[in-house]
Write a protein that binds this ligand. Structure first.
Ligand SMILES: [Fe+2]
Length: 352
């Protein structure tokens, strides 16, 4: 790791919705996001503890799609260094000048090694935080953005790029049984379990955006509120507890099918000698500590990304590794002959 840029944390996502009013009812009235402001094409949302202007943008469009996922950096200089780095790599780069996006300073958009549109920015307008405005608490009492989870066809490739080039660390990871092929990895910059997770699957696609809540009762109360408001069908998976990350979770689909996770209960990872946790893919307690399965939709469906250079949807490819619902996962036949030795994987996992 020779680069010096300092990525701080997961910061925001811009997600397309086809009906702003319907989306606002779901996110603001049912889930308790704070609406910082809106115009006829956007609703800017934030959590109760957030001083940043927004962490989630609903953008009106004819069809769903994810425009960008964003990380905050420490200094303006980091943006220049990131631009130079991606340019050296021959990867797409686009500057968004200050003022071109509501409340955001200049921003750098890039396509990462998996083709995901990623944005970096340093400055965002601040607003009054509402952590102790208990009179504003409602629904799930959304507190702050926490992480992204992306499906990519080659997790090892994404892992190598984020660890070795962008300076992320790994907290937990999943490997296939027997051959130790990496299946999924949870990577962080802030000292939590993750800022971004990469899961093996058709991609690149955004599986979900995770939002942090103060405790599991917020999640259970959210289920009651959602059901009372006619949103029971939007509850896709949970509530439950992940083995991996220890987080208490609930997965929801918004009116356009965009998926978010309500998330609480992970842990501190900031010690330099923190040792990553390894899980077998076929461990039934990995995904859900209580052992029950996720629905097919959770495995199969995810959100497409929009290419910031063409405006078209980013093309997806099938995963390198294949799974079946029954839990028997195997390498695609072409991959069996090419699989890499165990040492290559394990050596990288523990080098930080
Ligand atoms: Fe998540």
């Amino acid at each position: 790791m020779t680069e010096t840029f300092n990525i701080i944390r997961t910061a925001r996502a811009i997600v397309r919705v086809t009906d702003l009013a319907a989306a606002r009812d779901f996110y603001v009235n049912a889930l308790g996001f704070i609406e910082t402001e809106a115009d006829n094409k956007h609703v800017y949302l934030r959590g109760l503890e957030e001083q940043s202007h927004h962490c989630y943008v609903l953008k009106k469009a004819e069809t769903p799609g994810v425009e960008v996922i964003s990380y905050k950096v420490a200094r303006e200089q980091d943006l220049d260094e990131l631009a130079a780095f991606f340019t050296r790599k021959g990867m797409p780069v686009k500057w968004m000048e200050a003022g071109s996006q509501r409340a955001v300073g200049r921003a750098l958009r890039v396509a990462d090694v998996s083709g995901i549109p990623v944005e970096f920015f340093c400055q965002m307008d601040t607003v009054q935080r509402a952590l102790q405005r208990f009179d504003l608490y409602k629904g799930a009492c959304m507190q702050r953005i926490d992480h992204f989870n992306c499906m990519v066809p080659d997790v090892q490739k994404a892992y190598d790029f984020y660890i070795h080039d962008l300076g992320y660390r790994v907290s937990e990871y999943t490997t296939t049984q027997g051959d130790d092929r990496i299946w999924a990895a949870w990577l962080y910059r802030k000292p939590s379990v993750h800022d971004v997770a990469f899961m093996n699957g058709k991609g690149p696609r955004l599986h979900h955006v995770g939002f942090w809540l103060s405790d599991p009762m917020r999640i259970i109360h959210a289920c009651d509120v959602l059901a009372s408001m006619g949103y029971a069908k939007n509850i896709e998976r949970g509530p439950g507890r992940h083995g991996l990350s220890n987080a208490f979770f609930l997965y929801l689909r918004d009116p356009d099918g965009n998926r978010i996770e309500l998330y609480t209960g992970d842990y501190f990872t900031g010690d330099p000698d923190f040792e990553p946790v390894r899980w077998d893919l076929d461990d039934p307690q990995r995904a859900t500590f209580w052992g029950h399965e996720a629905p097919d939709s959770w495995f199969d469906e995810a959100m497409g990304f929009v290419d910031f250079t063409s405006g078209e949807m980013v093309a997806t490819t099938e995963a390198t590794l294949e799974k079946t619902k029954t839990g028997f996962r195997h390498l695609r036949s072409a991959e069996r002959a090419l699989k890499r030795p165990r040492a290559l994987l394990s050596g990288r996992i523990f080098s930080k």
